[in-house]
Design a protein around this ligand. Structure first.
Ligand SMILES: *Cc1c(COP(=O)(O)O)cnc(C)c1O
Length: 305
């Protein structure tokens, strides 16, 4: 049983017009948990379940936690998600809707994660949000679907947080004979841990993170995300929070789908014509989704700052 679904691959006329080439959207926002994360996490949870795991643990109050909660509900296993006090009411509500037990602990993710780890028994499986080869193997299925739909991308645009998505897309491209297709790796300025590492030539840990694209908030990317940048062309691209939020609102009008700023960051690259895509024939943008934004939160962005 697959816990993720086959998502639509749609041609975007607005994005194609702006960039002067064909832009395809992989609509991961349509996944049952609201983001691409269920591909990898669903794949990992199914494996853990098959080998006898009796409970899932997560310390993510975002889309990774939601994917674990969804997977647990579908597989009939209990799920505990430990989140810090800073986690929004909306995120807690969405987790509770999935029947996960939500434990609020500590001022930061670090403390929540420590508690989650301390609860681990041999019968549990702990799901990491991005640094796990099982996750990448599951994420890679989105590229298999695109190829089965008859589209061969010659450039990919995606968002980078901890680097699980890019590691999975890289794996999917490689297993479909597309090892040299370039990837444009997008972050917001306050969450730019990947571009910092690419620019430095080694893994860099940022002292702090900031901004609205919370799903991109990893102070350091996983080592695999860094390594793959030596095996294929990877170009870091940065956008502002304002650009990411505006892209979400324009995308909502254009394609009737609400996504988080973490996903809007990738869309902003095309809406803002930030990179020249004319040399490519079939540009693929991963519409990675996200469930924690609302129309109200997007519209209200900037009013308080
Ligand atoms: C998790 C997530 C990302 C970043 O993915 P990583 O695997 O951490 O790089 C981007 N957008 C959304 C909506 C996410 O949930």
């Amino acid at each position: 049983m697959s816990l993720s679904i086959k998502t639509p691959l749609l041609e975007s006329l607005p994005l194609s017009q702006i960039s002067g080439t064909k832009v395809w959207m992989k609509m991961e926002a349509m996944q049952p948990s609201g983001s691409f994360k269920i591909r990898g996490i669903g794949h990992a949870c199914a494996r853990h379940h098959a080998r006898g795991a009796k409970r899932f643990l997560s310390s993510s109050g975002g889309n990774a936690g939601l994917a674990v909660a969804y997977a647990g509900r579908r597989l009939g296993l209990p799920v505990i998600v430990v989140v810090p006090e800073t986690t929004s009411e909306r995120a807690r509500h969405l987790l509770a809707l999935e029947n996960a037990e939500v434990i609020v602990h500590g001022k930061s993710w670090f403390e929540a994660n420590e508690l989650a780890r301390s609860l681990l028994t041999p019968e549990d499986a702990f799901l990491h949000p991005f640094d796990d080869p099982l996750l990448w193997e599951g994420h890679a299925s989105m590229i298999d679907e695109i190829m089965a739909d008859g589209v061969v991308p010659d450039a990919v645009i995606l968002s980078v947080g901890g680097g699980g998505l890019i590691a999975g897309v890289d794996e999917g491209l490689r297993r479909n004979g597309l090892a040299q297709v370039p990837i444009f790796a997008v972050e917001t300025e306050g969450m730019a841990s990947y571009s910092a590492s690419l620019n430095a030539g080694h893994l860099v840990e940022l002292p702090a993170l900031s901004g609205v694209a919370t799903s991109l908030g990893a102070r350091q990317v996983c080592p695999r995300a860094f390594e793959l940048s030596k095996e294929r062309p990877v170009y870091p691209v940065l956008v502002t929070d304002r650009q990411a939020v505006d892209a979400c609102l324009t995308f909502l009008d254009d394609h009737r789908t609400l996504v988080e700023p973490a996903c809007g960051a990738s869309l902003a690259v095309v809406y803002g014509n930030a990179i020249d895509l004319k040399g490519f024939q079939n540009v693929l943008i991963i519409v990675c989704g996200g469930s924690t934004a609302t129309v109200g939160s997007l519209k209200g962005f900037g009013n308080q700052n």
